[in-house]
Design a protein around this ligand. Sequence first.
Ligand code: HEM
Length: 456
Amino acid sequence: LKPLPLDTPNLPPMLPGGLPFVGHASELRSNPVAMVQRGRDMFGDIFCVRLPGTLGVVMTGHAAQEKYFRFRDDEVSQREAYQLMTPVFGKGIAYDAEPQIMKEQLGFFHGALRESRLRTYTDGFIAESEHFFGQWGQTGEVNMLEVGNEVTLYTSTRCLLGDKMRFKLSKEFSELYADLEGGINVISFFAPYLPLPAMRRRDKARVKMVELIEKIVAERREGPQSHEDILQTLVESSYADGRKLTVDEITGLILTIMFAGHHTSGVTFSWIAVLLAQHPHIFRRLVAEQREILGDRERITYDDLQKMKLLEATIKEALRLYPPIILVMRRVLKAFDFQGKHVPEGSMIIASPAAGQRVPEIFPEPHRFDPDRFMPGREEDKRWPYGHIAFGAGRHRCMGIVFAQLQLRALWSHLLRNFEFDLLDPSYPVDYTNLIVGPRPPCRIRYRRVQQSAGA
Ligand code: HEM
């Protein structure tokens, strides 16, 4: 390991503690939010931590977050922070590509996420809500985290590969996807290619995934069918120099968007259940909003979802308290100064949605679940453009914000009109063991079916 540049003049203050060799990495792993909070309480907007082989610089608070998210790609790089994903996405794909190529590749998603497509995907979200929750009984106990991850796997398959594949391929697709996920862990963050069984399964699954996508692409290239899904956009796209995407690239980009959007939406779905069961007065107001917009209508539309402002604010507030991506990182390519401190080239800068969204100067009473903070009249997120960073901010802000909002609104609109929920566990703590952070399993909730019409 290289020595850290701790003799740099004007370095931000170092957080006390940490262990030999691994520095603050174990604290970062067991409770990163508490660690960031500890540093913020001691030093304010900017401080250092020791990470294996690298100097970490944590930046929280509005000014620091603005600075962080306004950097250009030639000033800071995301590549190393996401290198654990390269064996899954593929060489030369997304974060492993040169910035200009990555920009082109992510640009293909703009077409796949345009409004007319979002309308089609929304039909899929609504159909899936009816199908999936239609199988629930009058009452039952569920692990809401599993429910969130399962239902969003089906909605994702519909949007990526089409409605038909949802039923034909979900099993095969989800098994391969599970093996790919199994190869992403703390070890792969530092050594993505170690010959461990989980990594071998990951690599085999990727080969099979390419074969699976290859078959579908070949079928599509043969017949004059029309498809309204993300795969089709990628099949039809070409780079600026006119080159079409290879099947390996198409598969890599399908996996990129899947990994970006699936668990992030799944865990948010489950936090909403926990928060609404904890706050019945908000639940009742949301049911009333459904009634106001839909009357006795059972089938909802894209336009109805756009009108559900309290539900939108509730999702935003769930994401403020419990963002699934608790930290984002960048490698510093050009040294910079901030608040009189000097951050050297080569260090890793860290922003934390989980800690940064609980800063009381930005969000008063930050630990209180209060969706009204995002309703007209208050709109705390508009007052502080770098305050709500669950979706990141700036040039690499999440491309799936509208998609995620529509999906969560469709699922929750259905649940609000058809079920009530009770908590079954004494507490629902945050589980920091996964890369995408959600409530700790079993996250048990009891549901009860109510009269079909919200007006009843
Ligand atoms: C980027 C969060 C859903 C596609 C990001 C980033 C965050 C984030 C924090 C920025 C990462 C960074 O700055 O390093 C979330 C959350 C979601 C969600 C909390 C759900 C609740 C989705 C969905 C999609 C998606 C559904 C696609 C349909 C992307 C893409 C990027 C991204 C492509 C990379 C953008 C770029 O680098 O230019 N997301 N995301 N996300 N997200 Fe999401």
